[in-house]
Design a protein around this ligand. Sequence first.
Ligand SMILES: [Zn+2]
Length: 190
Amino acid sequence: MTSTEIMTDEKWRAIVENDATYNNQFFYAVKTTGIFCKPSCKSRVPKKENVRIFQNAEEALSANFRPCKRCKPTNERLPDNEWITIIIEYIDKNYPDKLSLETLAEISHGSPYHLQRTFKKITGMTPVEYIHQVRINTAKKYLLQSDRAVSDIAKMVGISNTPYFITLFKKMMGTTPAHFRQLHESEGIK
Ligand SMILES: [Zn+2]
């Protein structure tokens, strides 16, 4: 059985101040990222309502949280492929939001440099290239399955700048979004 400890002001202060004297007294997990840390972890301070407190690393693991890559709460390294899987899942879910190498590195508790290299080693593309791929593939679906304006679709896939969206789409698909839609519409009429 997994018991969740109660968050106290003292524990919250230890998390906010990265207080190493609390290491081994408790661990904290962040529901939105699925990652757990030592109190001393220098990662971005999470939202308090997303934090769960555990007495030890085993309990956090059995509640399906994964150890943070930066503070290594189990004192082992997370294998690279598992780390990249977390980031891919995060992009797949959050592509409509503002995403950059830096935000992904912060969320996944690694350095941007290390993330860039490891992501490319495992997937063959950079995180930003993968974000583009997810966005353009989703945009293709919206273009074919809805009557929404191109600028709306751009926003729905996380690109608020429509000219940039069109340029990126053209670069990846060899045609503009409007033309892509037209081509497939005329196919449908035949
Ligand atoms: Zn950490």
